[in-house]
Design a protein around this ligand. Sequence first.
Ligand code: PLP
Length: 269
Amino acid sequence: ATSTAQNSSTPIVLTIAGSDSGGGAGIQADIKAISATGGYACSVITVITAQNTLGVSAIFPIPLEHIEKQLDAVFSDLNVVAVKVGMLADCDIIKLVAAKIRQYRPAFLVVDPVMIATSGDLLLKAYSISTLKSELLPLADLITPNLPEAAELISSDVPTNKEGMEKMIGKLRKLKFNALLLKGGHLIDDENSNDLLILPNHVEQLNAIRINTLNTHGTGCTLSSAIASYLAQGNDLLRAVQLGKDYISQAIAHADELDVGQGHGPVNH
Ligand code: PLP
């Protein structure tokens, strides 16, 4: 490169996540979203899934030493402004990633607490949730659970309506985090897809129209990456979340124009 990252207007955004061979979620969605929203994407791969739009058939965790080598290679050379963390699979990977975040201190950290795929496949070992809560969530500027993930974090039932979603706020506030985007996309009795941005002193409601499509594979990965990219470009948290939500709404609205696989197809970047 002829210019250093510091002089460039394209900020570097790192995704630490799992690979989806089908190209719809994980690292592949992250790189598409970061690139489309004006960031430079780099990646540290934690696991390689064998996956398509029908589900996950196998998960191959990358050896811990090699995840560490990827992290050191990226952080020691690239001026990473924002990090998005996705699938971490188990406690050892969570602890390693948390230690490296504390060591290299990127300006922004967005954690998508990936646990279960749309297809129902388990992406984080159940006993790892307490490690995620104690080691990684407190370091994040923003965490982005969907309703099933938020319910796991506070050991509650998954709400099915807006009132149930709002009732989660009190318990969620007992977790250590800076800001939490509670995503309402899984509600079934709603014409809208409204999210709650839980901030230290208040809650912002972010509204979007629900788009009817089966093709929502990779929505969580895409949203969290877009937000990390917008934060890296100097937007404040609320603005970055609003821009990220606009981006994912567009990607879902255009999903049916793609013809990828026989199951839950990917969103369209
Ligand atoms: N596969 C990988 C590697 C992921 O990181 C994720 C992220 O959530 C998924 C699958 C699940 O994606 P979705 O729930 O959108 O199908």
